[in-house]
Write a protein that binds this ligand. Structure first.
Ligand code: UGB
Length: 598
């Protein structure tokens, strides 16, 4: 009471909310006015932020927490009354006619799209000290994930405008969700690299706030152990992205600008943009309000499973069931063996890769109702079976893929399955954990993420008629991986399969030990025989034909131990470094037509 005198009117309102919500313990230890007054004001600044950043405020958070904690204590199953079954979706095969049709439709639609990158996670599982967006996606060109994403969006923007002769907007917006853990480093990465060619106004950073931690089943907010004038906070999860897009006004801006699609994606998937055009084409042709990208999933793999849930009362939805919930749900219903592979060698439930495509208009209408609030969950670690106290404080969490849970049955919710080699190779696990992944399951490490890029590019070239040697198996950081020729191209060289086909001709051959880097829009490969390293750099207006026999000592992969602290972390976590012994490097800096044939 005595401390009220030092507070502003707004702060007094907040104090009342806290008292009404049973949070008086937060002030119990406060000394007389005059002592630590700045800290006390700082406390209310924090409470004000917590209140403003949660849909319907802090009291709603506490109420939701009480309800979810009571459900958790009672052992209530979130899937009560629901029976899971295998859903049907669009299954695409790379390179066939329908794939090409979807890709073209996707490129056409792209200029009506906005991209949203969720990058607030620190990536504890990877244990990398920097932000994941700065990590090289591969070490041949050392292109970081953010750079690759931005260059892909720019290439898409250009291709889309070209295809439709610039009928509408020409700048595809990119929103990046950051958090206190990643915000300043993401901004710095963009600023120190001139936004990787994007206009700074095209990129919007939206920062998610953490949420208050909870000490007990009454949802008493936890005092920060490091500062008695602060509430302890933890991340709320990637589901925050919906509320932030709504509250920042971005969705309205995009809607008013005539955009039609919002595409969500994660921080470390170097393959993703190979899948995006076709997936967007599916959304457009099938008129999906929600389209989730999926890949065949190995049973027990740490990615959610897309499942049809049918309730006893007739309700039905197609939704991601998170990996830790899928097995118990299946066992408790009609799949006695739980999450196991079927005769295809994969789980019958496709794997969610958290790439969502939402149609903007119905999305905005829904968020106008909900404010972007997403169904949450709580995962307290109880001290004992009485479930009355926690080992450490907990908090509510939410996931962006749970957005469809609140949609009416009339919503058109679908999914698109693509080959894993084409669409999904995230970098999530540290070398030690990756090496322990059960045999046959993906490592999801920096090593496998990089190798997957070479494999995808090699397979795409093969499909376009280039003869590519088979890979060899090598072990890096305890992980057995296929090593294909290190083929890398910039997104503006080829975005979709039709681009690749138009840029390789004749009969070309690439040996397994080769490296090929293509930087330049108009580089054409014709009758090339490559055994070594070939690097082509060319300006926009140069048209370059590369062929003939290129042979040199090439670039060699050398083993590195992840425990060797003398090696930079980015390299160590892959288990190899590239020794650039010898290469043919071609640089075309002037406009004109050129031909290279040694
Ligand atoms: N992220 C945020 O932006 N904010 C947060 O508070 C937390 C994360 P993780 P997760 O693709 O393999 C997801 O930690 O959550 C960003 C799906 O739920 O890498 O364990 C973070 O920066 C799962 O169904 O993954 O699992 C990153 O970009 C499956 O699809 C993204 O959110 C799995 O990803 C994902 O965070 C997968």
């Amino acid at each position: 009471q005595k401390n009220l005198a030092i507070l502003s009117l707004d702060q007094i309102e907040l104090a009342k909310i806290l008292l009404e919500m049973g949070q008086s313990h937060l002030f119990e230890h406060w000394p007389e006015p005059g002592v630590d007054d700045d800290e006390k004001k700082g406390f209310f600044d924090q409470v004000s932020r917590l209140n403003a950043s949660y849909p319907r405020g802090l009291s709603a958070y506490i109420q939701n927490a009480r309800r979810l904690l009571a459900d958790s204590k009672a052992g209530k199953n979130p899937f009560d009354g629901f029976t899971p079954s295998v859903p049907s979706g669009e299954v695409l095969t790379f390179g066939d006619d329908s794939f090409l049709k979807f890709e073209e439709a996707g490129v056409r639609e792209a200029q009506k799209a906005a991209f949203v990158l969720v990058a607030g996670g620190l990536g504890e599982r990877l244990g990398y000290n920097g932000i994941k967006l700065a990590l090289p996606s591969e070490s041949t060109t050392e292109t970081g994930f953010l750079q690759h994403y931005i260059e892909s969006i720019l290439a898409l923007q250009e291709a889309s405008c070209k295809l439709t002769e610039g009928q509408s907007q020409t700048e595809i917006p990119l929103a990046i969700m950051t958090s206190d853990d990643t915000h300043s480093r993401t901004l710095e990465l963009l600023e120190s690299n001139a936004y990787f060619g994007m206009k700074p106004t095209q990129v919007k950073l939206i920062k998610q706030e953490k949420v208050a931690c909870l000490d007990d089943n009454d949802a008493r907010l936890a005092v920060d152990p490091k500062n008695k004038y602060r509430i302890q906070t933890k991340p709320h999860g990637h589901g925050d992205v919906h509320a932030l897009l709504y509250s920042s006004g971005l969705l309205n801006v995009w809607h008013d600008a005539g955009l039609k699609w919002v595409l969500f994606f994660q921080d470390t998937n170097g393959l993703l943009f190979k899948a995006i055009p076709a997936a967007l084409g599916v959304s457009s042709i099938k008129q999906y309000h929600v389209n989730s990208l999926a890949v065949p999933r190995k049973a027990k793999e740490a990615i959610g499973g897309i499942t049809r849930l049918t309730h006893a009362d007739g309700r039905t939805m197609v939704i991601n069931v998170e990996y830790n919930q899928l097995d118990p749900l299946l066992r408790a219903t009609c799949y006695a063996d739980g999450d196991v592979n079927c005769e295809t060698g994969y789980s019958p439930f496709p794997g969610n890769i958290n790439q969502l495509i939402l149609e903007l208009d119905p999305y905005l209408k829904e968020l106008t109702k909900t404010g972007g609030a997403i169904e949450e969950f709580v995962n307290p670690k109880y001290k004992d079976s009485s479930k009355t106290s926690f080992k450490s404080s907990t908090r509510l969490e939410c996931m962006m893929q749970d957005y469809p849970k609140t949609l009416p049955p009339s919503a058109r919710v679908g999914f698109t399955v693509m080959d894993t080699w084409l669409a999904y190779a995230p970098v999530k696990n540290n070398p030690e954990d990756a090496a322990k992944v059960p045999k046959g399951n993906p490592y999801h490490s920096a090593t496998s993420g990089e190798m997957a890029i070479y494999r995808a590019n090699s397979l795409i070239l093969r499909k376009a008629g280039v003869q590519i040697d088979d890979p060899v198996i090598e072990v890096f950081n305890g992980q057995e991986v296929e090593v294909w020729p290190r083929v890398v191209w910039k997104p503006n060289w080829a975005l979709i399969f039709a681009d690749v086909k138009s840029k390789v001709g004749g009969s070309s051959v690439i040996s397994q030990r080769s490296t090929m880097v293509l930087k330049g829009r108009n580089v054409y490969i014709e009758d090339l025989s490559l055994d070594g390293a070939l690097i082509v750099n060319s300006v926009e207006d140069a048209e370059v034909k590369v062929g003939g026999s290129v042979q040199n000592k090439g670039w060699i992969l050398e083993q590195v131990d992840y425990k060797d602290a003398s090696v930079p972390e980015e390299i160590r976590i892959r288990g190899f470094r590239i020794n650039k012994v010898e290469q043919e490097e071609l640089n075309y800096t002037q406009p004109g037509k050129f031909s290279f044939k040694p």
